[in-house]
Ligand binder design. Structure first.
Ligand SMILES: Nc1ncnc2c1ncn2[C@@H]1O[C@H](COP(=O)(O)OP(=O)(O)OP(=O)(O)O)[C@@H](O)[C@H]1O
Length: 838
C-alpha cells in the first residue's frame, strides 16, 4: 500500500479541522485576514504528519544524500498538501456560490495556504494556482470579489518567495485583463493594472514593451465616405496649408444631426481654414489610425495625410471654441449656452472616454465637448513629440547610449526639416489652444508633465531599461546609522552656559556699577556678523578634506552643521530671499553673497520702484555669447528696480575661476540636479560638454508670487527646451551688429580663449541665421550701441516695439548671410516706436 495515503488522509483531516476552527473566528467575510496564530493547531499537526526525522538518513550517509533526502521529503510534503488543498478547493467551489456567506471557507483556505507558504510548509505558488482556477471559474463579478481578496492581502502574499510566484501572478492578471472589456470594465482593468504595478518592481522588464510593439488591434472604425483622402493630400501638396473650397463652407448649414456645434463663425480667418462637419468627420477619425500606429507615419504620403488631417481638425476645434466663446457672451443664445454648460459639467464629472463612439450622428456633439477635444489634442501632442524625436538634433542625443535598444530607436527614420517645423508649429498651436480654454494653464502644465515623463520612459527603454533601484542598506550600515542617531539624540552634554545665554559670572565679582556697565556691552546683545561664519564654514570644509578617521570626520560635520545653522538663523533676519537659492544644506554660499540685484532685498528698502509692464509673461533674453545679454539685463534690473527677478540656472559643472555660486550659476551635484529633473522642477533642461544645465520652475514661480517678472538669460538650446516644455514666456534674441564687433566684445570680455574664437563666431553666425527663420523668438534686437539697444529692449517689454517680423525686416540681415546687420536698425526701431506713440 502506498505509504503517502495516510499522510493525505491525516492532512485532509487537519485541514478540515482548521477550516472549521477558522469559521468560528471569522464566519462570513473576506476581512479580517487570518494568520498563523489562528492556526496553531494545524501547524503542530503538520509537524507530526510530516516529521523531518521520518526519512532521516543512516549515520554513515554523506551530507549530499542528507540534502537530497530533505528535498525529497519537502517535495512529498508539498505534493500531499497540494493534493488535499486542491480536492477541498474543488469541492468547495463546486458546491458554494461566491456570493454566499459559506464561501468564506475558500477565503479561509487561502489564508491557511498563505500562512503555510510563508512558513515554507507548502509550495509558495499553490495559493496563486488556486486563485487562477477560481478566477477561471467565475463571472466578472465573481472575479471582482476574488480581486477584493487579492488586494486586501497583496502585501502579505507577495512579500515572500516572489520568484516562485511572479509568473503565475503575471499570467493570472493578463488572463483576467484579456477577459475584461476596457470600455465596460474600465475600473476593474485599472484595479488589475494597479495590482500588477504594486506587486512588480518598477524596473521589472517583464512589464515593459521592449520591442516597442503597438496595440494595432485597437481599431477605431468609422465611415470613410464623405471625403477622399487623396483629394486631401493633393490639396495640401499644392499649397501646404489647409484650405476649404467655398462650397464646403457654404454647406455648413446643411450639417445633419444634433446641432451642438457651429462652424458658422463670424471670424473669417478661423472659419476659412475649417472643413464643414461632413467633410471633417472622416478626416478627423482617420487621425486615430496614426495615433495607434505611429510607425505608419514613416511613409511620406501617410505623413502628408496626417498633417492635413491634424491641421483640419485643429482649425475646426479653433472655430468651435471661438463660436462657443462668442455665443456664451450673446444674450439671445442663453438657452444653448445653458445646455452646453450642462454638457460641460456632465463631462467634467465623468470625462472618461475608454473607446470613442464614431457614429456620424454624434460627431457634432462630440466635438462641441471641451474634454473630448482635449483628449484628441493630447493624443496629437504625444504623436508630435514622437515625430520630433526623429530629427537629426534629437538623434544626436541618442549617440552616447551604451546599450541601445534598437527596436524602439528607429535609427533609419528621419524627420525632415520642413516636417519638423510643421510639427513644432502644430505643437505650439495646440499649446495656445489649450491655454485659451477654461483652466488652460493648469491643463497645459499637466500635459507638459505627462509628455516630459513619457520622454523619460522612452529614453529608459532606448537604454535597454538599466537598473534604477538602489541597493538595499546592509544590516551593518543600518546598525551604524542607528547607533549614531541614538548617540546624537541622547547626548545630554551639560553646558556651563546654557545654549542661547551668555555668561553672567561677572555679576558675582564686580561691584554693581561696573556690572551694569558690563551689561551694556554691545557685544552681549549684538548678533555676530554673518560674514564671520563664511570663513569658519570654509575652514570646516577644508578640514573635512583632511580628516583621517571617521570619528574626526563626524565631529567636523557636526561642527559645520552647528555653524551653518547659526548662519542661517542670522541670514533669516537679513537675507531671507537668498534662501530660495539654497538647494543643499551643505552649501549655503548664497546667504553670504551681498545681494547683487534689487530682487534680493525687500521692496521697502528700495528707492523709487520701477514700472511694471502690462504683459506679465516671463522674459527670456537669448543670443550668442558676448553679444551683450548680461549688459542689457543688468541695465534693465538697475533702471526698473523691483520689477524683474533674475533667474539663475542650476548646473552640475564646477565653478570656473571668478564665478560665484548663486550669481553666475547655482552649482549643484548630479544627484541634486537629478532630483530636480525627476521632480519636474525644471522649466528647461539642456546638456553641454557633459554637464547639465536647467532653470528652476520653483524660483520662477516664487518670483511671480512676489509680484515680479522672471528674467532669464538662456542659450538657444535652453530656449528650445523651455518651448518644448510649453513654458510660456516672451523671448528676445539679441543680435550683434557685425562679426568684427562681436569678436572685439568677446576679446574685451576675455571669456573666450583665442583658439576658440573662430568656433564661437561660427556658432554665432548660425544662431543669427536661425533667428531670422525659425520663429523661436518674439523679437530680434540688434545691440550696436548699448543705450539704443536698451531702449529697444524696454520698448518691446513695455509693449511699444515692433515684433519679430518687423524687427527682422527692418534689421534686414545682409543677403550674403553674414552676421552684419544694418547699422541703422536701432534708430529705425526708435523711429517706428515713436510713431507707435511710445
Ligand atoms: N553695445 C555694446 N557696445 C560695446 N560693448 C558692449 C555692448 N554691449 C555689451 N558690450 C560689452 O561686450 C562684452 C560682452 O557682453 P556681455 O557679457 O553682456 O555678453 P553676454 O551676451 O552676456 O555674453 P555671455 O553669454 O558669454 O555671458 C562686455 O565686455 C560688455 O561690456
Amino acid at each position: 500500500m502506498d505509504f503517502q495515503v495516510p499522510q493525505v488522509a491525516a492532512f485532509s483531516d487537519a485541514l478540515k479541522g482548521a477550516l472549521e476552527h477558522a469559521q468560528t473566528v471569522k464566519p462570513a467575510s473576506i476581512e479580517p485576514e487570518l494568520t498563523k496564530a489562528d492556526f496553531e493547531q494545524l501547524f503542530s499537526e503538520v509537524h507530526s504528519i510530516f516529521p523531518t526525522s521520518q526519512l532521516s538518513p543512516q549515520p554513515d550517509n554523506a551530507q549530499a544524500a542528507d540534502e537530497k533526502t530533505t528535498e525529497e521529503q519537502k517535495g512529498r510534503q508539498n505534493g500531499v498538501i497540494e493534493t488535499v488543498a486542491r480536492d477541498l478547493f474543488s469541492s468547495l467551489i463546486a458546491t458554494t456560490s461566491i456570493e454566499s456567506p459559506e464561501f468564506v471557507q475558500v477565503w479561509n483556505l487561502f489564508d491557511i495556504l498563505a500562512a503555510l507558504s510563508d512558513n515554507e510548509q507548502c509550495e509558495p505558488a499553490l495559493l496563486f494556482w488556486l486563485i487562477e482556477e477560481l478566477l477561471d471559474s467565475q463571472t466578472i463579478s465573481g472575479c471582482s470579489t476574488t480581486f477584493d481578496f487579492l488586494e486586501s492581502r497583496r502585501e502579505r502574499i507577495t512579500a515572500k518567495h516572489w520568484k516562485q510566484k511572479q509568473l503565475v501572478i503575471l499570467r493570472t492578471c493578463n488572463e483576467l485583463l484579456r477577459r475584461l472589456s476596457r470600455a465596460e470594465d474600465t475600473g476593474f482593468c485599472g484595479r488589475v493594472f494597479i495590482f500588477m504595478f504594486q506587486s512588480f518592481p518598477l524596473g521589472d522588464k517583464s512589464s515593459v514593451n521592449l520591442r516597442g510593439e503597438y496595440h494595432t488591434e485597437n481599431v477605431t472604425a468609422f465611415k470613410e465616405t464623405p471625403i477622399k483622402p487623396e483629394d486631401a493630400a493633393d490639396k495640401m501638396d499644392v499649397d501646404g496649408v489647409t484650405s476649404t473650397p467655398k462650397e464646403e463652407k457654404d454647406s455648413n448649414s446643411k450639417s445633419v444631426g444634433a446641432k451642438a456645434v457651429s462652424f458658422d463663425s463670424k471670424d473669417k480667418s478661423a472659419s476659412e481654414k475649417s472643413l464643414d462637419t461632413d467633410a471633417l468627420y472622416p478626416v478627423f477619425w482617420s487621425l486615430q489610425q496614426y495615433f495607434s500606429q505611429p510607425t505608419k507615419l514613416f511613409e511620406p504620403q501617410t505623413l502628408n495625410k496626417f498633417k492635413y488631417s491634424l491641421d483640419a481638425t485643429l482649425a475646426a476645434f479653433e472655430t468651435v471654441a471661438q463660436s462657443q466663446r462668442s455665443s456664451k457672451s450673446s444674450d439671445d443664445t442663453k438657452d444653448s449656452s445653458k445646455k452646453r454648460k450642462a454638457l460641460e459639467v456632465d463631462a467634467s464629472d465623468d470625462n472618461f472616454n475608454p473607446k470613442y463612439l464614431t457614429s456620424r450622428d454624434l460627431f457634432e456633439l462630440e466635438i462641441s465637448d471641451l474634454f473630448f477635444r482635449r483628449h484628441i489634442l493630447i493624443q496629437a501632442a504625444i504623436i508630435l513629440d514622437f515625430l520630433r524625436s526623429l530629427t537629426d538634433t534629437a538623434k544626436v542625443r541618442h549617440r552616447n547610449i551604451k546599450q541601445p535598444n534598437r527596436s524602439v530607436m528607429y535609427s533609419d527614420q528621419f524627420l525632415g526639416e520642413d516636417d519638423d517645423k510643421w510639427a513644432e508649429s502644430m505643437r505650439e498651436r495646440i499649446n495656445h489652444y489649450i491655454l485659451a480654454g477654461p483652466d488652460g494653464p493648469h491643463v497645459n502644465r499637466i500635459i507638459a508633465a505627462v509628455t516630459s515623463r513619457d520622454k523619460g520612459w522612452a529614453r529608459w527603454k532606448m537604454e535597454s531599461c538599466p537598473q534604477f533601484e538602489r541597493p538595499s542598506i546592509s544590516p551593518a550600515e543600518f546598525n551604524t546609522a542607528r547607533a549614531s542617531a541614538k548617540r546624537l539624540a541622547t547626548s545630554k552634554r551639560l553646558r556651563p552656559t546654557p545654549m542661547g545665554s551668555l555668561n553672567l559670572d561677572f555679576l558675582k565679582d564686580e561691584d554693581e556699577e561696573i556690572a551694569m556697565e558690563k551689561f551694556k556691552d554691545p557685544a552681549r546683545y549684538r548678533l555676530p556678523d554673518l560674514a564671520t561664519f563664511k570663513d569658519k564654514i570654509a575652514e570646516d570644509d577644508l578640514e573635512l578634506d583632511f580628516a583621517k578617521t571617521d570619528t574626526d570626520r563626524a565631529q567636523i560635520v557636526e561642527a559645520k552643521a552647528s555653524k551653518t545653522w547659526r548662519a542661517l538663523r542670522i541670514a533669516s533676519r537679513i537675507r531671507l530671499a537668498a534662501f530660495d537659492r539654497i538647494d543643499d544644506w551643505q552649501n549655503i554660499e548664497a546667504v553670504f553673497q551681498e545681494p547683487k540685484h534689487a530682487d534680493d532685498e525687500p521692496q521697502e528698502e528700495e528707492g523709487e520702484a520701477g514700472r511694471h509692464p502690462d504683459d506679465k509673461r516671463p522674459i527670456i533674453v537669448s543670443g550668442p555669447s558676448g553679444v551683450g545679454k548680461s549688459a542689457l539685463v543688468d541695465l534693465l534690473l538697475e533702471r526698473q528696480p523691483g520689477v524683474f527677478s533674475k533667474l539663475i540656472q542650476h548646473t552640475t559643472r564646477k565653478p570656473k575661476a571668478g564665478e560665484v555660486d548663486g550669481q553666475d550659476y547655482h552649482f549643484v551635484d548630479s544627484a541634486a540636479f537629478n532630483v530636480m529633473l525627476d521632480g519636474d522642477q525644471l522649466l528647461e533642461f539642456t546638456t553641454r560638454d557633459g554637464f547639465d544645465y536647467g532653470s528652476s520652475r520653483k524660483m520662477a514661480d516664487l518670483a511671480i508670487e512676489s509680484g515680479k517678472i522672471p528674467l532669464m538669460q538662456l542659450d538657444r538650446e535652453a530656449v528650445q527646451s523651455a518651448k518644448e516644455n510649453l513654458y510660456v514666456a516672451r523671448v528676445i534674441f539679441i543680435s550683434p551688429p557685425s562679426r568684427e564687433e562681436l569678436e572685439s566684445r568677446l576679446k574685451k570680455a576675455g571669456s573666450c580663449p583665442d583658439d576658440k574664437l573662430p568656433d564661437l563666431l561660427k556658432a554665432a553666425q548660425e544662431e543669427v541665421d536661425q533667428s531670422k527663420s525659425d520663429g523661436l523668438y518674439d523679437t530680434v534686437l540688434v545691440n550696436e550701441e548699448l543705450e539704443a539697444a536698451y531702449k529697444s529692449l524696454e520698448e518691446f517689454i513695455y509693449g511699444c516695439a515692433p515684433t519679430t517680423n518687423g524687427a527682422n525686416e527692418k534689421n534686414g540681415a545682409s543677403a550674403d548671410g553674414d552676421i552684419t546687420m544694418q547699422d541703422t536698425t536701432n534708430r529705425q526701431i526708435e523711429q517706428s516706436s515713436e510713431t507707435n506713440g511710445c
